[in-house]
Design a protein around this ligand. Structure first.
Ligand code: B12
Ligand code: SF4
Length: 460
């Protein structure tokens, strides 16, 4: 932000600068020199007020934003982003989102039908587009979620929806209801077995992870490293417990204090923020990435906590293997469970799982060449055999693709190691500049859903 503002002040000295988003949790004394206006709330409403425009009722017109997913450099799928809501009432002590929106949930798309209407907009572009619903604990509001399920069922089109969920919210549903919402992936905060957050109350994590996996629902589980009660032994115990649940993806972040949260307040009050960071908030902000230990811990040094985090990532990879294969195994389980379901909707979903598994045929050879341990490589071989027994052997073309896949994986590994081509190109979006809109015409676009008003303009 500091560098960006310097450039703006240099090239457009009369421009007014509006700062917004989670960075504004920093103190006014720090932000004021950089921004003429600071937005610490829902942004569209704020901008309308700032520009003297009449307030606009929710839902706002929803932009269509599509993210590509590449595996070994090849475009595999595209994901349409649905902005369902902001904030979360669960109020976990470290959570920026929850306290930024004052523990309230701001419903950007208030009803289940509103959410489905946006998804239809994406399906008009590509009927197989994957969907990411950004809404912190999406399933907490049962009424809206069940309205959404009804809309999905009425639409009759199987979906691939990823959302954020908690054990507390998930405990309100049967797995069938979740599948009927078109959900086949979710992020669950496992945090730590003794962390004691309200969102962890309900069915046991073991039960939910096992049942959902058996029905083809992939789980991204996140664990926190650096809680005061943790020691290296407790971290290992919690890690082993998490890996036994076989999540498809995992994230390990260091327990970090963000201004505005109870954890930050406690750390400041008790003088636990590392002194060099407490003395320099710019340094603090540059360090707050989730990969640096910033708080004085009762028993572990900062180095030890950072070492433990790296170890968790490495152990996850060594014990469970690469994510792609973990997800493919979950899809296989889902396919087997749903292919003979009495529900036509779920049988269609099983067919989509089969299609996705087929797309993954070419990655197995690369997995068996580069897999981290003999145990993981053996597991991949077994998984491949199980898949071939169910969906058939690879075609000649798929065999050729497998060989190309080894080369592509080696190239991807090299570019990652050297940090080459890792950043997306810079794009400039222009909105409401007075010129005629260049939006791609889309006659079937659902009402209330809009494409970007102009093509993105690449910037040198
Ligand atoms: C998607 C996401 C990502 C994606 C982003 C993908 C992408 N291409 O955009 C990825 C995976 C890359 C990512 C990475 C990281 N993320 Co992230 N991410 C999110 C997530 C889940 C959604 C963000 C989002 O799009 N929200 C939807 C938009 C519409 O909402 P919004 O941002 O709040 O914006 C509204 C208002 O705040 C306001 N507003 C926002 N900006 C502005 C600007 C102006 C000028 C105005 C007027 C208003 C305004 O208006 C908007 C509409 O009302 C949030 C959690 C959440 N649910 O918000 C975490 C979150 C933002 N991420 C977080 C973190 C920590 C990270 C990482 C540092 C993690 C890591 N250690 O690597 C990295 C940092 C990446 C980076 N370089 O910045 C934290 C930030 C906490 C903080 N204060 O610092 C969050 C809040 C999660 C959390 N609760 O801890 N992230
Ligand atoms: S459940 Fe997730 S989003 Fe909600 S307060 Fe806790 S960490 Fe934040």
């Amino acid at each position: 932000m500091i560098e960006t503002v310097e450039i703006i002040r240099k090239y457009a000295p009369r421009a007014q600068i509006v700062l917004g988003g989670y960075g504004t949790v920093l103190d006014d004394s720090l932000l004021r020199p950089y921004g003429d206006h600071i937005c610490r709330e829902e942004g569209v409403t704020f901008m309308r007020r700032l520009l003297g425009e009449p307030p606009h009722p929710l839902p706002h017109r929803h932009p269509l934003i599509v993210n590509p997913l590449r595996v070994f450099g090849r475009l595999i799928s595209r994901t349409g982003i649905v902005f369902g809501g902001l904030g979360c009432p669960n109020a976990c002590d470290f959570c920026c989102t929850s306290f930024f929106f004052k523990k309230k949930h701001v419903k950007l798309l208030p009803t289940g039908q509103d959410i489905y209407r946006v998804i239809r907009g994406y399906l008009d572009i590509d009927p197989k587009m994957a969907i990411l619903i950004i809404d912190e604990d999406f399933l907490l509001n049962r009424r809206r979620a069940m309205e959404f399920r009804d809309a999905v069922q009425a639409g009759g089109v199987p979906l691939a929806v990823f959302c954020f969920a908690s054990i507390r919210a998930l405990s309100q549903y049967t797995v069938q209801e979740i599948l009927e919402m078109g959900i086949d992936g979710m992020w669950i905060g496992y945090e730590g077995t003794r962390s004691g957050y309200a969102k962890q109350k309900g069915r046991s994590a073991e039960e939910i992870f096992k049942e959902f996996r058996e029905h083809g629902i992939s789980i991204l589980a996140s664990m926190i490293v650096g809680f005061p009660y943790q020691t290296p032994e407790i971290i290992e115990e919690e890690l082993a417990g998490l890996l036994a649940l076989k999540p498809d993806l995992t994230q390990f972040m260091i327990y970090g204090p963000t201004p505005g949260t109870p954890f930050f307040d406690r750390v400041v009050k008790e003088g636990l923020l590392a002194p060099e960071l407490a003395a320099d908030m710019v340094k603090y902000a540059r360090t707050a990435s989730g990969f640096s230990s910033m708080v004085i811990h009762p028993t572990m040094s900062a180095k030890e906590i950072e070492f433990q985090q790296t170890r968790c990532f490495q152990e996850d990879f060594k014990r469970l293997g690469p994510t792609i294969f973990r997800a493919v195994e979950t899809w296989l389980l889902g396919y087997l469970k749903l292919k003979d379901s009495p529900s036509a909707f779920l049988r269609k979903k099983a067919a989509l799982f089969a299609e996705d598994i087929r797309k993954a045929y070419p990655v197995f050879l690369a997995g068996k060449v580069f897999g981290p341990t003999p145990h993981v490589r053996r597991w991949m071989g077994d998984l491949q055999k199980r898949i071939h027994a169910v969906l058939g052997r690879p075609t000649l073309f798929e065999k050729i693709q497998s060989v190309a896949g080894v080369a592509a994986a080696a190239w991807t590994g090299l570019t990652l190691k050297l940090g080459l081509f890792q950043h997306p190109n810079l794009v400039r979006n222009e909105y409401r500049m007075g010129a005629p809109s260049k939006a791609v015409s889309h006659p079937s676009r659902a009402p209330g859903v809009e494409a970007p008003s102009r093509e993105p303009v690449p910037v040198e």
